[in-house]
Design a protein around this ligand. Structure first.
Ligand code: GUN
Length: 290
């Protein structure tokens, strides 16, 4: 039976460490890190992620500013706000919550963010630093997963790691981090990879980030594998007050008995993304105020 990789517990540990540092800053009468978050439109999941992020700021003692705009905001106006945040000496880091409305180019917006304040680790500069000797602000979700693997003492060196999903936010940087920091042998698959099962069955560590509930079934997992599920799809559930439940890409009940470790959804990777954002904000603060 697999052991649960408790992302919430590790995220709490990380946040306690950061809160301790903030306490020391306050005692030294220094200003505390300040995170700004841009949230556009009414996307339900985005509002709930951002609420988790502002709560984490409160929990660790950071200052935060939430800038909310209607989905109709023009790209030009959004660019102006980003330029202001780049210039604002009181803001140590900021993020633009994705997804953005169709008329706004994520690539254009990301390119405008000053990489020193890019606490999501989305800019080309930070992304590229994954494969340098001096990593900068690393993409938050894969950074959190590496921290989870590390804190559970799971060996990656020389292991077969299979990443399903090659997004710029998760799959692509995840594979680079496993290769570079983890010294693993890495295979990157897509949802539509031919013989996906043939690849996933080779995985000592299987990381799935597609957003398709039920994609990974028990027959696709090697006994004893470590399984990390990044999927968070809202699936209708009338028994819940909200009317939905968050569901991962892995059939948890089926896979649990064969895995050595597995992340639950919710309570696995989600809290770690937020903890990484907090860590990156502290790092950005330190870099700019050392
Ligand atoms: N949307 C889904 N995940 C993320 C994330 O990690 N950062 C931002 N900015 N938007 C997201």
């Amino acid at each position: 039976m697999g052991a649960i990789l408790d992302g919430k517990k590790i995220a709490n540990e990380i946040q306690s460490e950061v809160a301790h540092r903030v306490k020391l800053l306050k005692e030294a009468h220094k200003r505390v890190p300040h995170l700004a978050i841009i949230l556009i439109g009414d996307d339900g999941p985005s509002h709930s992620y951002v609420s988790g992020k502002t709560k984490a700021c409160q929990a660790v003692g950071f200052d935060y500013t939430l800038l909310q705009f209607a989905a109709t905001i023009s790209e030009k106006k959004l660019c102006k706000h980003i330029e202001q945040l780049n210039e604002d000496g009181d803001i140590d880091g900021f993020i633009v919550q994705l997804p953005l409305p169709q008329h706004i180019s994520v690539e254009h917006i990301t390119a405008l963010i000053d990489s020193k304040k890019d606490v999501d680790g989305f800019t080309n500069h930070n992304f590229g630093s994954i494969v340098s000797d001096h990593p900068l602000l690393l993409p938050a979700t894969p950074f959190g997963i590496m921290e989870l693997i590390h804190r559970y003492h799971i060996e990656t060196k020389g292991k077969n790691c299979v990443v399903v999903g090659a997004s710029r936010i998760v799959g692509a940087p995840m594979s680079l981090m496993l290769m570079e920091q983890g010294q693993a042998t890495v295979t990157v698959c897509q949802e539509f990879t031919q013989d996906l099962k043939g690849h996933t069955l080779q995985a000592d560590i299987l990381i799935v980030a597609v957003g398709k509930p039920g994609l990974i079934t028990a027959d696709m997992v090697k006994p004893g594998a470590v399984v990390i599920d990044v999927g968070t799809t809202r699936v209708a559930d009338p028994s819940k007050k909200s009317g939905f439940k968050l569901t991962g890409d892995v059939d948890f009940d089926q896979v649990l008995p064969l895995a050595s470790f597995i992340t639950p959804v919710p309570g696995g990777v989600g809290p770690l993304t937020i903890a990484s954002l907090i860590l990156n904000t502290l790092k950005a603060y330190d870099r700019q105020h050392a």
